[in-house]
Write a protein that binds this ligand. Structure first.
Ligand code: SF4
Length: 759
């Protein structure tokens, strides 16, 4: 498994300059920067205005000691011996912080040197071209530099980076050597864990993606991280991204990394946890620039010491990162962003790699990292990805933002309001628009630019109502750029003057396919990932993606599964179902007293059942999930399930208690699932069904059946958590007896014939 130690350190021009030429304050006032599409469009507008011997995108490389520097200058005009570096921007250029401009010059001068060196030129003309996305105007700054002067500047830059690069090279050699001899941290694999690990290792060797359905209890976190780490040296992986849907999943990954490297306190593996800005910010009342926030002031001046300090901590979780950051007087959130460059395993939420402006994906592309992506609890991916590429704008929010906005913005708001009003005036409560509403869109773009200007000028954060609307409008206008059949645009009309306009992504494949094809290997794993084609189609996984269904470590005798087909939970049969469900639950409870969870399709249904239950069986303790429980209330609900308690918890399927809670042994001995979990039939879901039908020929299954049964299996999966657990599951609805539904239940379940159930 040994690979040659990298003899040279490859660095992109941009990364080199960001390391050596950034100084002063962190300053995000000149953001939001143009989108990637706007940037590409801006570049092509500028280059299309050039003529003669103009070459767009000129690849340049050069070496300095162990450094191999590479990059692509935006354009070279041979007639004028002129290199251009094009930067797109929004808003007044005069407000661009000076250190941004210095960085751009540094980059351009490196290109200048690389060109002179490769073509033997005595001097070269350099032009920084700032292209305003809004006005389409160019502002050009020029200088002429001699080759010797540029060579000296290049040498200066590189000299400042060499020591760091050598340290990184040494770390990489040590890391890969340690990973080659890494041994599994336990005496043996758990049943199923080896199969998972081997398949992930093979997927890395083949450089392909893998969908892994792997049951609870086999140790998926260690079972996925271990093979990815083992595969890193041979596959020349730069980084492993471990992505989880929720905080507990991130903690499991951090714990797994600590376990894997526990044999050697100096194990050369750098692990980083990324937390959101909301959770990491030390000054939420301030804006991210040096005039407002002390941790942004002088950020780049203090960054080198903070960075070096951070490297001394092998597992930089949120708390450790905060310690290092505050010790060095820098912002923890932005120090975390910086440390992604120098970490081997990065643990964070899905959005860091999969959403529109995902930081990890952006950095990986810019630096051409070879990455492995591990996605935990991946059954969440379809819904999470849809929400990343969806956006809702509420007319009430526009009005609230207008009230909070300064006077000079009122007219701009009014214009957007007028176009919105025209859209809202239809009579249908719900309408799918055949295309994006162009006039409203343009008005929103103007509004976004105007608020961006305001943001650039203001020292304090915007008023919350204005800020909320601004972010929503920004996302809306950006999503509108890539609108297509993968998404729909609709208007929902309420009372007069109230309406919501949405862009809803339906098939995230359009956005995610490039993420999967970029990574060396991506593994999606979860206990419920069937049928694989649903996930593969909806997410846009490559054609050669592998699929494994790891056998459960549990025996069928551990779980009695009953289908109760004499009850229908359809809406029209609800009233008739209450009594039979309640009696069934009570009968099971009397037979085997202990802790149970009962799942229903809605709070309304839950409350109806609970009312009948407490009336008929007042002696049985019950506790109910309430609407909008906060974190501590949710914790209290789960804590009611103890080894000594007895009772029934009532919960909504697909809610806070349907997955992600672990109640082993006597803490939970049974579940009643009185719903198929099918999403509600409504206008939006019917649109989804039609699109899924048109695209994949599986409208009903992809919209209703598969997402519904996935939730049922997740919820029922709360019962058996260890190989010594015993329990019972009641699937209450006649449709559970249908073969197509039964086929979606876990292989290891042995379902009692419906007729055996008497209630
Ligand atoms: S501490 Fe908060 S306000 Fe200050 S730079 Fe960091 S994220 Fe921005």
């Amino acid at each position: 498994m040994s690979g040659p130690a990298p003899a040279t350190y490859v660095v992109a021009v941009r990364a080199l300059c960001e390391f050596t030429a950034k100084a002063g304050d962190l300053d995000l006032r000149f953001t939001p920067s143009p989108t990637a599409q706007e940037g590409i469009a801006g570049h092509s507008i500028v280059t299309s205005r050039r003529n003669g011997n103009y070459q767009a995108e000129l690849s340049l490389t050069g070496d300095f000691g162990p450094l191999h520097v590479r990059g692509r200058a935006d354009g070279y005009d041979a007639d004028q011996n002129l290199i251009e570096e094009i930067k797109t921007h929004r808003g007044d250029l005069a407000r661009m912080p000076d250190n941004h401009r210095q960085l751009h010059w540094a980059q351009l001068r490196v290109y200048g040197h690389l060109l002179c060196a490769s073509r033997g030129l005595e001097e070269v003309n350099l032009a920084l071209v700032y292209f305003d996305i809004g006005t389409q105007q160019e502002t050009v700054m020029r200088e002429t530099r001699g080759s010797e002067e540029l060579a000296k500047m290049f040498a200066d830059q590189c000299t400042r980076f060499v020591a760091w690069a050598e340290q990184e090279l040494a770390h990489r050699v040590a890391r890969d050597a340690a990973l080659q001899t890494l041994t599994f941290p336990h005496a043996d694999f758990r049943p199923g864990q080896r199969e998972l690990a081997e398949n992930i290792f093979k997927a890395h060797t083949a450089g392909r993606c893998l969908l892994a359905q792997a049951p609870t209890g086999i140790g998926k976190t260690v079972g996925s991280l271990f093979p990815a780490l083992k595969a890193a040296p041979r596959n020349k992986l730069d980084k492993i991204f471990f992505l989880a849907a929720k905080t507990p999943g991130r903690q499991l990954a951090l714990d797994a990394a600590a376990t894997l490297t526990a044999s050697d306190p100096a194990f050369p593996l750098r692990v980083l946890e990324l937390a959101s800005r909301d959770k990491s910010c030390e000054h939420p009342d301030k804006a991210c620039h040096g005039d407002a926030c002390p941790l942004a002031r002088g950020f780049y001046d203090r960054l080198p010491a903070a960075r070096q300090d951070a490297l001394a901590v092998p597992v930089l979780d949120r708390a450790a990162l905060r310690d290092v950051a505050l010790r060095n007087g820098v912002c923890p959130y932005y120090l975390g962003s910086e440390m992604t460059r120098w970490s081997d395993v990065i643990v964070g939420d899905y959005n860091y790699y999969f959403d529109g402006g995902a930081m990890l994906f952006g950095l990986a592309q810019a630096n051409q990292w070879r990455v492995s992506v591990l996605v935990d609890e991946a059954h969440n991916m379809v819904s999470r990805a849809r929400s990343m590429y969806s956006c809702e704008l509420d007319r009430g929010a526009l009005k609230a933002a207008r009230s909070a906005a300064p006077a000079f913005l009122q007219k701009t708001f009014d214009k957007a309001g007028r176009y919105w009003g025209a859209l809202s005036s239809g009579s249908a409560p719900y309408q799918v628009l055949p295309e994006m509403p162009e006039k409203l869109l343009v008005a929103l773009q103007v509004l976004v630019s105007a608020i961006t200007e305001l943001l650039v000028e203001s020292a304090a954060p915007l008023d919350p109502a204005l800020q909320r609307f601004y972010f929503d409008a920004l996302k809306f206008t950006r999503l509108a750029e890539s609108f297509g059949t993968h998404s729909l645009c609709d208007v929902a009309r309420g009372e007069p003057g109230r309406s919501t306009i949405s862009i809803r992504n339906i098939v995230p494949a359009h956005f995610l396919a490039a993420r999967f094809s970029f990574a060396h290997s991506t593994t999606l794993f979860s206990a419920t990932l069937s049928p694989w084609n649903y996930y593969s189609d909806a997410l846009g996984m490559p054609a050669h993606t592998g699929w494994i269904d790891v056998a459960s470590p549990f025996q069928s005798g551990q779980l009695a599964v009953h289908v109760v087909d004499r009850i229908s939970t359809r809406y029209k049969h609800r009233a008739a179902s209450l009594g039979p469900i309640v009696d069934l639950m009570a009968s099971q409870y009397m037979k085997t007293p202990g802790n149970y969870l009962a799942f229903f399709s809605s709070f309304e249904y839950l409350e109806q059942i609970a009312a009948v239950f407490t009336e008929r069986y007042p002696a049985v303790p019950v506790w109910l999930q309430a609407r909008r429980m906060n974190e501590s209330e949710r914790g209290n609900f789960v804590d009611r399930f103890t080894t000594a308690s007895r009772g029934i918890g009532f919960a909504v399927l697909g809610g806070a208690f349907g997955e992600g809670i672990d109640l082993p042994g006597a803490r939970l001995i049974g579940a009643f699932v009185a719903t198929l979990g099918l999403p509600q039939i409504n206008d939006v879901n019917e649109q989804v069904r039609m699109r899924m039908q048109a695209r994949f020929g599986a409208g009903y299954d992809y919209t209703y059946l598969y997402p519904g049964i996935q939730k049922v299996v997740q919820a029922a999966g709360r019962v058996i958590r260890t190989e010594s657990d015993r329990g019972v599951v009641y699937l209450i609805d006649d449709r559970f007896a249908q073969p197509d539904v039964r086929a979606l239940l876990p292989r290891w379940w042995v379902v009692s014939p419906p007729t055996s159930e008497t209630g």
